[in-house]
Design a protein around this ligand. Structure first.
Ligand code: ZN
Ligand code: ZN
Length: 285
């Protein structure tokens, strides 16, 4: 299936301390014939930690690029991968958590990068709690103990006062007491540990994005043969069913190549496919 692809038989490396290669390697091998190894020498914490001991600087894309390059530098593989996640309150839906993941592949030989960046499902959450309060509902909601937690004193930004990767209920209770005692408010913060090896929800997302990336990499530019030909933009303006005014709905997808700028319009809606008038700026201003 993969023979004939320029990456088939190549080795690639990923800088991760959280076992991401375990989920990604079989996917890259299946779809591309690429052998993925872990660049164990790279300390990815230098690119920032979720708990703030080392702040994250730059965008997710920039960090993913640095991680991919670090993996290449450490192993000498011609291809490097970088993965980066981000979690926080959803910008569109209040009180809902949102996650996003990026996985980037860098081909050093061709100086060519391909990446996928998508919103993902997440259990990202936290609670401020007194040692005598019941934590059962929170722990159930976040999928503990399969998903680990982090505990810290409330209203305290001392990164040393953070204990991570807890999966044992007794240890959680004990740490809540210790961390609450260190806080002026008498409460501890319990939050989800977002590191991939301690968060199966996140690991699953990484797997599904790795698959999307592999499928994208597999598609070669019909013009120059470079891997990663795929959707880069959409064409809006699907006509209103009542008055034919162009709406903001999508009527086609633009595929493009980063190497030679070859473009193709694909998935064009047939002429009979029209927009619901409620999306029409003329019928429903
Ligand atoms: Zn091309
Ligand atoms: Zn209309």
């Amino acid at each position: 299936m993969t023979s004939g692809h320029p990456y088939c038989g190549s080795s690639a490396s990923i800088a991760t301390m959280h076992g991401k290669e375990i989920v990604m390697a079989p996917i890259l091998y299946h779809w591309l014939g690429v052998h993925l190894v872990c660049a164990e020498q790279v300390n990815t914490d230098v690119f920032g930690t979720f708990t703030g001991e080392i702040p994250r600087t730059g965008t997710m894309l920039e960090t993913a690029r640095k991680k991919a390059q670090a993996a290449i530098d450490a192993t000498g593989c011609p291809i490097g991968l970088g993965s980066e996640g981000s979690f926080g309150p959803d910008p569109d839906v209040p009180f809902l958590a949102s996650g996003s993941e990026i996985i980037l592949l860098y081909d050093a030989y061709r100086d060519h990068e391909i990446y996928i960046h998508r919103k993902t499902k997440t259990n990202f959450d936290h609670i401020a709690i007194h040692p005598d309060q019941d934590l059962t509902r929170f722990l159930l909601r976040i999928g503990f103990p399969v998903h680990a937690v982090i505990i810290r004193p409330e209203a305290c930004n001392e990164p040393r006062d953070v204990i991570k990767g807890l999966r044992d209920p007794d240890a959680v209770r004990a740490q809540i007491k210790i961390m609450a005692a260190r806080s002026a408010t008498g409460r501890a913060i319990v939050q989800t540990d977002m590191r991939a090896h301690l968060n199966p929800t996140r690991m699953k997302s990484i797997g599904s994005i790795a698959r999307r990336l592999a499928l994208r990499v597999r598609r070669l530019c019909p013009c120059c043969g470079l891997p990663g030909f795929g959707p880069v933009d959409v064409v809006r303006g699907l006509a209103c069913a009542d008055c034919a005014t162009p709406t903001s709905l999508i009527k086609a997808v633009i595929y493009s190549c980063r190497g030679c700028s070859h473009r193709l319009v694909r998935h064009e809606r047939p002429m009979t496919h029209l927009a619901d008038p409620r999306y029409c700026p003329n019928c429903n201003p």
